[in-house]
Design a protein. Structure first.
Length: 307
């Protein structure tokens, strides 16, 4: 679901109300100006003469727009006043935009340790969420239409977004600032779940990767190591500690692959490993065509098993 016209948080609801007010006002002004224009064109000269008087110009051309804009400006500030104000006890999430994916870090929360994932955000319904955003390369823009306005992700700067999800569901977030060839295919899923489900998910995500359950998956793990994948990717609980690419500790639990572009399964994992440049040209990951047949299936199967 991705719609700014279907607010799922109080913050987005205020922005939606502001949109309705400004759109409605704009429509009324447009209709009024159109009626006056048609009147000026078709009415008799003696009847439309008042349109050119000093009083009409002052009231319609100066007083009306000044009063209208003066009223709308503080109203817009009031609507957006709490967008960047932190809420005590909020769930803290850090999102880093990278070409062309999202690095997501959950800060420590009580007894729950911090951990890193990618291209997926999960939050509990009803709890305030504080998201801090920045960029590792170029300017991106973080936007979940159902939960509020866009917020820029600028290298070297941290911006903040605060919201409280009121409704369970899966919502789509996107990059709203052109950032390169694959800008249009840089998305993520935000899942709003119940508190118990969130706590269980967080506990599982903070744990190290599970050991392979059979020789076939163990072969995939060895191929991951031999292929040098750990240079760019981290799998907690193994020697792989790369930081250039997404953390793969629980990659098999994510609903999508390629920043919201493909369903996450063994087939798409295999295709992504062998030729990501064909699936998403311009991504930083090179193609690994050397993995074929059983080797490719074992490697993809191992990654898919990391739930």
């Amino acid at each position: 679901m991705q719609s700014a016209l279907d607010p799922a948080s109080p913050d987005a609801g205020r922005i939606y109300l502001l949109t309705i007010v400004m759109t409605g006002g704009g429509v009324l002004i447009f209709i009024g100006v159109t009626v006056l224009l048609l009147y000026a064109i078709f009415a008799r000269p003696e009847r439309r003469a008042w349109l050119g008087t000093r009083r009409t110009v002052v009231i319609g051309g100066l007083a009306f727009p000044i009063v209208t804009l003066t009223a709308l400006f503080p109203y817009g500030l009031v609507v957006l006043r709490n967008t960047d104000v932190p809420v005590p006890g909020a769930l803290r999430i850090e999102v880093v935009g990278e070409q062309y994916w999202w690095r997501v870090r959950y800060g420590a929360d009580g007894d729950a340790p911090e951990f890193t994932t990618a291209n997926e955000i999960r939050v509990p319904v009803g709890r305030p969420v504080s998201v801090s955003v920045t960029s590792a390369d170029v300017i991106h823009s973080f936007w979940i239409p159902n939960f509020g306005g866009k917020i820029d992700m600028i290298p070297g700067r941290i911006n903040h977004l605060h919201f409280t999800a009121e409704r369970l569901g899966t919502y789509r977030g996107v990059c709203a600032e052109y950032c390169g060839a694959q800008h249009a295919r840089m998305a993520f899923d935000m899942l709003v779940v119940g508190p118990e489900e969130f706590a269980a998910w967080r506990k599982a995500q903070a744990a190290p990767a599970a050991a392979p359950g059979n020789p076939f998956l163990a072969r995939g793990r060895e191929l991951f190591r031999q292929g040098g994948c750990g240079t760019c990717h981290a799998i907690r609980g193994t020697e792989a500690d790369g930081q250039l690419g997404p953390d793969l500790t629980h990659v098999g639990s994510r609903p999508t692959l390629g920043a919201g572009q493909f369903p996450n399964n063994v087939g798409t994992l295999g295709g992504w490993i062998s030729n990501p440049q064909q699936l998403k040209p311009g991504v930083r990951m090179p193609s690994y065509g050397g993995f074929q047949g059983e080797d490719l299936r074992a490697l993809a199967g191992y990654l898919e098993s990391l739930k």
